[in-house]
Structures are given as C-alpha cells and as structure tokens.
Design a protein around this ligand. Structure first.
Ligand SMILES: [Zn+2]
Length: 374
C-alpha cells in the first residue's frame, strides 16, 4: 500500500514538475530553485503561547510552584519585568531578538493572531501527527507507543529526488520514534533513552549515549532535553542532513509536575538551543543562507490554575504558537491582526520550503502558510 502511494506521488510530482517547467515556474518556486534548501523543524512539547508572548507569569512563579518550596528569588529576578515585551525577551531572548524580527511568529492571542491545533484532542501524539501529516486524524486518539499508520511528510520527502537519505528525526519522548514510524520511514531516528548509533561513532556521541543510561530516569520514556539536543547537533555536524525534526519534551513534563520554575528554565534552555543550533548552521557552508527554522509546539495548556494540564477537556489548550525564519520567509515579525493559522499547515509549509507540494500527495493536508513562504 505504501509502495503504491509512493508511486502515485512520484508520477504526480513528475507531471507537476513538467507543468512548472512549461509555465516558467510562475508560482514563484520550483524544485530546481530549492535544490539547496534545508529545513530544521523544532518542537518543544506543551509550551504555552502565554509564556512565549507574555513571558513568565508572576502569580505562578512562587516557591510552591518550584522544587518543594525552594526559593524562586533568582528566577523572579531573571524572568520578571514590568511589561510582557520585557518578560518574553528575558525568557526567550533568541526567539525575540533574532527569530521574530528576521522571520515570523503566529499565535499571540493578545494581538489577535491565533494558531491552533485542529485535531480536537489537544495532546501529544495527535499533535505531532497533525504537524507531520497535515491533518488531524480522529483515529489517532491516544499517546500509546504504537507505529503511526499515517505516512508523514518526512517519510515522503525522504523518498523524493535529492532528499533520499537526507532526513532525520530526534525526539526526547520515546513515542516520537513511533509517530514518524521508525520501522518503516527509512531514515535515522533516535528517541527516548535509546542510544544513537552512527557510523563512524564519535567520542561525544558515546558520552551522550552513556549519560542517557547513567542518569536518573525521572520520566518514563523521556530523558532530559540535553542529551537529545546534543545528539541531534552531533548528527547535523557529522552528516549534514537537509531535513531535521527535533522534538524536545521538558516543557511538558515539568508543567505536568506543577513545577513552574523548571518549566520556565526548560523554555529558556530551548531558546538557547535554538540559538546554538542556528549559530552552528550559519557557520556551516551546507546550511548557511539556505536553511529555514520552523518552531512550534504540539499543543497548548490551560490558563490560570489549569496551566499544568491540557487535552479535550481543556478547550483553550488547542492554542499554540508557530514561528518561521529563513531566506524564504519575509521578515514580517510578530504577526498581529491576521487570520488564524493551524498546525495542519506546517507539513505543506515545510515541504514547500524544499520545493515540494505535500498537498498533491496528501489532499487532506492543510495548505502552506501563505505569508511564511516567499
Ligand atoms: Zn502533556
């Protein structure tokens, strides 16, 4: 069944490429023009739009919302400020000083900009599935660690001309391997506490694998973000893939634990990872000037005392944020007073950056975010 799907897609794509050639690429993009394009998709699990756009919440940043009464004095000094603009820059300085002015972000509900999931479940597996396939699937209704029956845009891209062997995925949460269907997708996947084997191995990777085994397993199936992020970085430096999916998980885990202090620290770390990633890529000739960063979350969370949770019973947890930065993204910055965008648009947007039409392969997928791709 997958083979047939793939074949049909290839035939359609060939026809589409011919059409583009015949019309001189009047749609403004073509496969040839994007032969060097690269995309890094970063997701951090369950980070609220509220913290992204308003910064730290003073009421929630209390000792009872940290490690069993540990002082939050330093965290308050670091993250609190008089205005939302100051607070968000303190929490995510790279996002606000670099990504947003150079690129775009959606989802600031205070500025009449909604970004939302459409799957109706507002939890992780359905959210990652929606992001990677372009549609909410009513049968993807649990976080069970079972292989995804849907073909993700990553799996499809890995079979397209010029992208074979150029896709990879790294997830802190072990279920990420099932969501991209590691057994079928045909590209390298590393998730959870699993060691990552690369040929040749590097001393740094050996150490990262050891740290996953030798540090406490605070969460079942999910290490801290640090080894996952650094494993992805090591693979990028060594193998230089054109498409990378990186999923980080601490923001969701600390939130479920009611630990607002550590949730903020995790968000701040994710921001520093984005900076480290972007800086590294711009120092590599393969990535410099032709790489797009997409940054979003799989779901939002509740407001007020419900900030720790999310799901169908928390309708507001459908609201997320979506950011884009790269040579093909006009620098429109914080998108205000614009029509809403949805998580289901990410897969087609990602493919379009690479010169591919995911909607032609998967008609159920949302259309690309028009203003985010030149
Ligand atoms: Zn969660």
């Amino acid at each position: 069944m997958d083979g047939q799907r793939c074949f049909r897609g290839a035939v359609w794509f060939a026809a589409f490429a011919l059409l583009l050639g015949a019309t001189g690429g009047t749609r403004g993009w073509s496969q040839e023009a994007d032969a060097k394009a690269r995309v890094i998709l970063v997701m951090t699990d369950g980070l609220r739009w509220q913290e992204v756009f308003r910064g730290a919440d003073k009421k929630l940043l209390a000792s009872k919302g940290y490690f069993n009464g540990r002082s939050v004095k330093e965290l308050r000094a670091k993250y609190l400020a008089a205005t939302p603009e100051e607070r968000r820059e303190r929490l995510m300085p790279f996002l606000w000083k670099t990504v947003i002015p150079q690129g775009q972000i959606y989802g600031d509900r205070d500025a009449h900009s909604d970004a939302s999931v459409t799957n109706g479940f507002n939890f992780s597996y359905p959210g990652y599935n929606e992001t990677l396939t372009g549609f909410g699937d009513p049968t993807v209704d649990s976080n069970d660690n079972v292989p995804n029956h849907n073909v993700t845009v990553l799996e499809w891209l890995n079979k397209q001309q010029g992208l074979q062997g150029q896709v990879s995925a790294f997830g802190a949460w072990n279920v990420i391997a099932a969501i991209v269907n590691a057994g079928r997708c045909g590209f390298p996947v590393n998730a959870g506490y699993e060691p990552f084997e690369m040929s040749p191995m590097t001393p740094r990777l050996e150490l990262l694998n050891a740290l996953k085994v030798e540090t406490p397993k605070v969460w079942d199936g999910e290490p801290y973000d640090a080894p996952t992020f650094n494993t992805a970085m090591e693979y990028i430096k060594e193998k230089k893939p054109r498409v990378v999916f990186l999923s980080l998980g601490e923001t969701d885990e600390w939130a479920h634990g009611g630990n607002y202090g550590e949730y903020l620290s995790a968000a701040n770390r994710v921001d520093s990872y984005l900076e480290k990633l972007w800086t590294t890529l711009q120092e590599m000739p393969e990535y410099k000037g032709n790489t797009t960063l997409i940054f979003l979350t799989d779901h939002g969370r509740g407001g007020g005392p419900e900030w720790t949770t999310h799901g169908q019973k928390i309708p507001a947890s459908k609201y997320i944020f979506m950011g884009f930065m790269g040579p093909q993204t006009p620098g429109l910055g914080l998108r205000a007073n614009v029509p809403g965008v949805t998580q289901s648009q990410v897969a087609a947007t990602l493919a379009k950056y690479l010169g591919f039409d995911w909607n032609a392969e998967q008609p159920k997928a949302g259309k690309p975010v028009t203003a985010a791709v030149k």
